[in-house]
Design a binder for this molecule. Sequence first.
Ligand code: PEB
Length: 162
Amino acid sequence: MQDAITNIVNRYDLTGRYLDPKAISELTTYFDTGLTRIIIAELINRNAANIVQDAAKKLYAEQPELLRPGGNSYTTRRYAACLRDIEYYLRYASYALVAGNNNILEERVLDGLKDTYNSLQVPIAPTVRAINCLKEVILEQLDPIDQFLIEEPFKYITEGLS
Ligand code: PEB
């Protein structure tokens, strides 16, 4: 797993360079957003159950056919798997948010995920929609000026799945 700092340091170490103004500027950008990243992670921790529930509610209000016979969320087992998947997305997005780096999403979430979904016939488009619902529920609770921070990890997941 990488974070914003190890990412920069590793890059410079590879070529044996001191941290130049470009590196310092990248580090400053990360540190300047650090406190806000932590505040959002705290908000996610405090409201995780509600955020997951609201995102699922939103998804199923838009696509009720998922819950009917033939739908991929039909049966309590699959419905529970879906809520669990949404929870995974939220938890990993909060890690990437704090790390200021999406590498953990690649390593622990996206690697092989599309193949898994395809082999289980879990539909990708509604899954992407679920992830965006998750993001929208969080965005409603954030100051507009901080919203770009949470866009980053969710955008990375949805693009990786698409
Ligand atoms: C990914 N999801 C499922 C499985 C796996 C994942 C590996 C198969 C094994 C299992 O059921 O546990 N696991 C999940 C994930 C990580 C991980 C993200 C990351 C760390 O380890 N069905 C829908 C919705 C969508 C959905 C659109 C948003 O209709 C999800 C929720 N995922 C869904 C469902 C299953 C599943 C499994 C329904 C069960 C599929 C099945 O067994 O038929």
